[in-house]
Write a protein that binds this ligand. Structure first.
Ligand code: MEV
Length: 435
């Protein structure tokens, strides 16, 4: 166990690695070698990455993939994805190809409002507080003028503020709930700066205003909310049931009904709903990371939304109406295509170029479609071949590549291992026998 260290962040990179070596690892040179191997040879690129986080001692690679053939609102996209889960990109690409010929994905941004909150306690008469906010609303808003100047030029800004009484749930607790349009940026910094400026103004004005009544406002915190139920996008894909052909030896009608049943299970059973949604997030997180968006924020918001009927449920729907088979996904998404690391990370810039430099609304549509495609791919596997077949195929190929197998050996191995255990020794054995 290492001793507590003070001032770690002030050590140089070499000193930090030395400290790790001496205090936690085996004091060999291996550690530095591994960490050095993952540094970028271009000093400028390395400096960009070092600037993203404190105490950075190397880079952590994940595969950067692309998935072509996404038809979304009649436009063809290639999707950049960052994920370490081996079957995600392959499954997604298959789903995109499958829906391409059936009209692709249709999507629509349903609402585009983000929210921030000033949380405060107030120990006086609620009516007097309401009066205070009403009288001072203009001045409170004015305190954001400098911060909001550029955002206003881009069509964004504050759209409304509302006092909310929460004293039934917590003694003296009120909120000032503020609605924002953050245009093409995710807007976290903008929202938080506006809120902090407003809360300072509220404090200043209220100290004077309530002096005579001996009341006071105590600002607790000012922060955006990652719950964004008013920033919603919907994506759907539909086709004639008879078009669901060539899917793993299963008749179109049986496939459609089985898929609908699987989706219905995820609506009523929480254990299945969480896994069903995880399948959706496999695709969503991968594109969020590739486009430099805050996947933790989106995850938090989406899962809260999945619980908005007072019960955690699946986010997507499957319906059959006459001969029409339809899948849809409706989710909150607060994302940006400018600001944050979109202007800094070379691969994020590239991802946005690959996507033809979308607006944030375009990106919402793309992300929702990726989530729906990934969901379709996962449930399609589950109700037909099972999920392991694809996973094991990838595992096999990885082992073969690691052992420098030729293309011919890979082709033979795919048939040979159909019903056999796949591990390092069985793959080695196969390669020895099939030189
Ligand atoms: C695995 O990463 C994702 C799945 O579990 C999703 C699902 O069960 O729908 C296959």
């Amino acid at each position: 166990m290492p001793n507590k260290i003070i001032g770690f962040s002030k050590l140089s990179r070499a000193e930090k690695i030395d400290w790790l070596n001496k205090n936690i690892l085996d004091d060999s040179h291996q550690v530095k070698l591994i960490l050095d191997k993952y540094l970028n040879s271009d000093k400028d690129i390395q400096a960009i990455h070092d600037s993203f986080s404190e105490n950075s001692i190397s880079n952590f690679y994940l595969p950067y993939s692309v998935s072509p053939n996404f038809l979304i609102n009649d436009k063809i996209y290639t999707i950049p994805l960052v994920t370490e889960e081996s079957s995600v990109v392959a499954a997604l690409s298959n789903a995109a190809k499958f829906w391409f010929d059936k009209g692709g994905f249709k999507t629509e941004v349903k609402s585009f409002t983000k929210k921030g909150q000033i949380h405060f306690s107030f120990d006086g008469d609620k009516n007097i507080l309401e009066e205070f906010i009403k009288i001072n609303k203009k001045e409170i808003l004015k305190s954001t003028d400098i911060i909001a100047k550029n955002m206003k030029k881009r069509g964004g800004g504050i759209s409304s503020i509302q006092l909310i009484d929460k004293t039934d749930e917590l003694k003296n607790y009120f909120q000032l709930s503020v609605d924002f349009n953050t245009s093409d940026s995710m807007g976290a910094n903008f929202i938080n700066s506006c809120l902090e400026s407003m809360s300072k103004k509220i404090k200043e004005l209220s100290d004077e205003y309530f002096k005579k009544n001996n009341y006071s406002i105590n600002i607790i915190m000012s922060i955006l909310s990652n719950y964004t139920p008013d920033c919603i996008v919907e994506s759907y894909a539909e086709c004639d049931i008879n078009d669901l052909v060539d899917i793993a030896n299963i008749e179109p009608k049986e496939f459609a009904e089985k898929m609908k049943y699987a989706f219905d299970i995820a609506k009523i059973d929480i254990s299945r709903a969480v896994t069903h949604n995880k399948g959706i997030m496999n695709g969503i997180d991968a594109i969020l990371i590739a486009t430099g968006n805050d996947f933790r924020a989106v995850e938090a918001g989406i899962h809260a939304y999945a619980s908005s009927n007072s019960k955690y449920q699946s986010l997507s729907e499957c319906s059959i109406s006459g001969n029409k088979f339809r899948l849809s996904l409706k989710i909150p998404l607060s994302v940006g295509t400018v600001g944050g690391i979109t202007d800094l990370h070379p691969l994020v810039k590239l991802s946005l170029q690959i996507l033809d430099n979308p607006s944030s609304k375009d990106l919402m549509c793309i992300i929702a479609s990726v989530g729906l495609a990934q969901n379709f791919a996962a449930v399609k596997s589950l109700i037909t071949s099972g999920i392991q077949e694809g996973h094991m195929k990838m595992h096999l190929i990885n082992l073969l590549i690691k052992n420098n197998a030729s293309e011919e050996q890979i082709r033979k191995a795919k048939t040979y291992f159909l019903n056999k255990e796949i591990n390092s020794s069985s793959v080695n054995q196969f390669l020895k026998l099939n030189k």
